[in-house]
Design a protein around this ligand. Structure first.
Ligand code: HSE
Length: 323
């Protein structure tokens, strides 16, 4: 039986988490797929970085072509992050006839049609479940078992850093700066938190959600957005007085005339709304479909193992189509 061979671009936090998911659940993954599944080549600059996994040194390669030109490799996992060179490498892999799995919301959102066209022309699939909501199985659900619906609305808490900051400001009465500093010290927030706190990361995810739910692609730069940097403890208190919470929401709505409104900004959410129960760094995506009604997908939106779980899920779905 054919062995599924994978080339991995990037062995950072998410790459390491993905490698770990395969190692810790290998028996079950291979039994489910029906054959051996192996990450055989890894493109990574920092070979000697401290990681709590054992990776044989001979797996590391110096150039992406070492993976793309290898006829034995069927699937490329891209976990480099950032728009470039990731998007060009994804495109190159697809055009080389490799299926690609990525968690990279920035690269997919900024290049949606370019990458979809490359997949079509390469006769392969591009899967990116992990790009929105980390471990939450939302994209596959929207395009799979919910595909018979016309979607009318999405409200997403799709950025864990900002939800953590707003939640802690709410529960502990602290200022934005105090919580951000604490979050950075604990490793919840990046040293440069701009993409998170300015809503850029959430706009990337909303762009992907809209493309899949409404078949309407909007470049993330064209999504109106406001971040959370100006939220004060007084704003939080005022919201509390009205039995609401302030949440950074990625919102899109399709109206009967076909027009679509979309934006990312802090919004007041009723304490009793399901999104009001989303605390700490958790994510949730609340959707309305005309047949199914209201649904909320909830869970860990980031982190090496949850994101690795979604990445490996996509890999397994692809592997099952190849045997
Ligand atoms: N920086 C992102 C977040 C990581 O805080 O949610 C997951 O995309």
């Amino acid at each position: 039986m054919k062995e599924i061979k994978i080339g991995l671009l990037g062995l950072g936090n998410i790459g390491t988490g993905t490698y770990k998911v395969l190692e810790m659940n290998r028996d079950q993954i291979e039994a489910s797929v029906g054959t051996k599944v192996n990450i055989v080549k890894i493109l990574e600059k920092y070979i000697d970085r401290e990681r709590d996994i054992d990776v044989p040194r001979e797996k590391f390669v110096a150039k992406a072509e070492d993976i793309f030109d290898d006829p034995e490799i069927d699937i490329v996992i891209e976990l480099l992050g950032g728009v470039e060179p990731a998007a060009s490498l994804i495109e190159q892999a697809l055009r080389s006839g490799k299926h690609v799995v990525t968690a990279n919301k920035a690269a997919v959102a900024a290049n949606y049609h370019r990458l979809m066209d490359a997949a079509k022309e390469g006769g392969v699939q591009l899967r990116f479940e992990a790009s929105v909501g980390g471990g939450i199985p939302v994209l596959t659900a929207l395009t799979g078992c919910l595909q018979a619906n016309k979607f009318t609305r999405v409200l997403g808490i799709v950025n864990g850093t900002t939800n953590y900051i707003l939640d802690k400001m709410t529960t502990e009465g602290l200022s934005y700066d105090e919580v951000l500093k604490d979050a950075q010290e604990k490793g919840f927030a990046e040293a440069d938190p701009t993409a998170d706190v300015e809503g850029i990361d959430a706009a990337n995810k909303l762009s992907i959600l809209m493309a899949l739910m409404f078949d309407h692609y909007v470049h993330p730069d064209d999504i109106p957005r406001k971040g959370i940097t100006e939220i004060t403890p007084e704003d939080i208190e005022e919201a509390r007085g009205n039995k609401t919470l302030i949440k950074l929401i990625a919102y899109a709505e399709k109206f009967e005339d076909g027009s679509i409104k979309y934006e990312v900004r802090p919004m007041y959410i009723k304490e009793t709304h399901p999104l009001g129960g989303v605390h700490k760094e958790y994510n949730a995506v609340f959707v309305e479909g005309n047949a199914v009604g209201n649904l909320m997908f909830y869970g860990p939106g980031a982190g090496p193992l949850p994101t690795g779980s979604a990445v490996m899920g996509d890999v397994m779905e692809l592997a099952k189509t190849m045997l």
